[in-house]
Design a protein around this ligand. Sequence first.
Ligand SMILES: CC(C)(COP(=O)(O)OP(=O)(O)OC[C@H]1O[C@@H](n2cnc3c(N)ncnc32)[C@H](O)[C@@H]1OP(=O)(O)O)[C@@H](O)C(=O)NCCC(=O)NCCS
Length: 330
Amino acid sequence: MKQIVRNVKIIGTGSFVPEKVYTNQYLSTIVPTTPEWIFENLGIRERRIAGEHECTSDLAARAGLKAVAHAGLKVDDIDLIIVATSTPDRLAPSTAAIVQDKIKAYNAVAFDIAAVCSGFLFGMSVATQYIAAGVYDNILVIGADTFSKITDWSRRDCVFFGDGAGAAVITHGNVNEGFLATRLYTDGRGKWHFTIPAGGSEHPASQETVKNKMHYFQMNGSEVYQTATIVLPKAINQVLADTGLSVTDVTMLIPHQPSIKILHKTAELIGLPFERVMTNMDRYANTSGGTIPILLDEVNRAGRLKPGDIVLFAAVGSGWTYGASILKWS
Ligand SMILES: CC(C)(COP(=O)(O)OP(=O)(O)OC[C@H]1O[C@@H](n2cnc3c(N)ncnc32)[C@H](O)[C@@H]1OP(=O)(O)O)[C@@H](O)C(=O)NCCC(=O)NCCS
């Protein structure tokens, strides 16, 4: 029997953000912060906020449809839908099942992945295995989140996040294109540094959990900074070593968007000039699972990706979860 291991490449991207905008100026009228502090420390000027009746699957479905069209496929061609989200519409069913129905991709298996801000990278890695093994041909991977729904708008840490979704369609490629290496990591010892305590089996929803605001995210900002600036360089240096490439070979880094200071420090530690680090957090803030695919779609549609370009992805998120991958664009 011949073992088939196929290369995997991206053939279409899409993204969608809600219309409503919260500027730094607006937030400075509702919590004790300043537009200058937010921009200087986080790199954010404004973020998008989902409407009252707009949920994660709505954003995910819009981004997903754009990616499928961009790939030149029909929804019936999609074999699998993976939605990476930590703000699912409901605890059951999966947001991916809801997206499958919204986009009418009834030939597709669908499931969610929970790796918070690293979710899209984890989803891509899972999808890659199915294609490499010949199980599926076309997979739609979506990163989508609506953190506005788990934000306490009376606290100053409401400035960090925005809502949005991005998507990519992946398929099999030739031997000299596509993903060259991926490394994923989890370290559960950091599990409480970013968490949403209630709504699961540990603290089911009750009057008490609502009164104590336990359905909102809780974040230890200094732990996020310290961890991110250690683990992002670690994961990136590992995939570079895996491929035998050096940082000078990297055309661009498309990273998760936690804060501009984290991105600057990471670039400095790996020796990458900051012009090659892509960012859009000035417009969207941190959209968690949405950051990498939204940025990838913007860069792709702007025509900035050329065949042979070496694209580096890297993310860190709650868990801790983190990782990096390297793709040769085609
Ligand atoms: C958030 C962060 C800037 C805070 O800095 P820190 O030194 O760790 O924490 P502190 O709470 O002591 O805040 C430092 C200063 O910033 C100010 N500050 C913190 N959050 C603020 C906000 N939202 N608006 C205005 N000022 C703020 C504090 O008042 C403090 O000022 P002071 O020194 O005059 O008292 C920093 O931890 C960080 O960037 N973390 C990364 C967080 C992140 O990326 N999260 C998203 C991914 S999960």
